[in-house]
Design a protein around this ligand. Structure first.
Ligand SMILES: N[C@@H](CCC(=O)N[C@@H](CS)C(=O)NCC(=O)O)C(=O)O
Length: 210
């Protein structure tokens, strides 16, 4: 690893069981030093002026690198992969990243978009806005997405091939979130087996524990 990274100070603002979990998981997989700051969303800590000064979106996760803020979990995962992941064998080297970019974006945009629409149409927190038709449409899109994921995992144990990588953190956390919304993932056996492998990792357990 380049010597400059040893001196780098990372502060991670997170809330358990949110979009922050996949970044928390990646940090734990990398085994690098970082400081954790828990943000109580229910208490509205994400809207405190000092937090908004770092992340004007008022959301978690936030990673602060040597005093410079980086918001958006996808950006954080890409930065962590490119900065620390190659040396740790958890991210591909430059020139071999097409599949990594593809799955990171798929898991962060296509999957999370359909999953969020399902959440807003089934989760009691949004009861006043629920639409059965919108929930069904989201389930249909998720079925298409899970078919794509299942086919990719039919011949590979992990998204980039035979070895686990930060790309699996990026996508598995979203697939687990969708499964917890009651989306029936049973027909996608390869996805189920892969999720089991990913979630059995000690680093995932540490991220879940908060
Ligand atoms: N696209 C953003 C989503 C961030 C996001 O929506 N975070 C939620 C938790 S999952 C949040 O902080 N919500 C607090 C609020 O909206 O007040 C990312 O991936 O970082």
């Amino acid at each position: 690893m380049d010597v400059q990274y040893f001196a780098m100070k990372l502060v991670f603002y997170y809330t358990p069981m949110t979009s922050a979990t996949r970044v928390h998981w990646a940090l734990e997989e990398l085994g690098i030093e970082y400081e954790k700051v828990k943000v109580d969303l229910k208490a509205g800590e994400q809207r405190r002026p000092e937090y908004l000064a770092l992340n004007p979106n008022g959301k978690v996760p936030l990673l602060v690198v040597d005093g410079k803020p980086l918001f958006e979990s996808l950006a954080q995962l890409l930065w962590l992969g490119e900065t620390f992941g190659v040396d740790k064998g958890l991210y591909p080297p430059p020139g071999e990243r097409l599949a990594a970019y593809q799955w990171m974006a798929w898991g962060s945009v296509s999957l999370i978009d359909a999953g969020s629409r399902l959440m807003r149409n089934v989760d009691p927190r949004w009861a006043a806005q629920h639409s059965a038709a919108a929930a069904d449409a989201a389930r249909g899109e998720l079925a298409d997405l899970f078919r794509v994921l299942d086919a990719a995992l039919a011949t590979n144990a992990y998204l980039l091939g035979g070895a686990f990588s930060l790309v699996d953190c990026a996508v598995a956390a979203g697939a687990g979130f969708v499964a917890r919304l009651g989306f029936d993932a049973a027909p996608y056996a390869h996805v189920g087996a892969w999720l089991g492998r990913c979630m059995a990792r000690p680093a995932f357990g540490r991220a879940l524990a908060g």
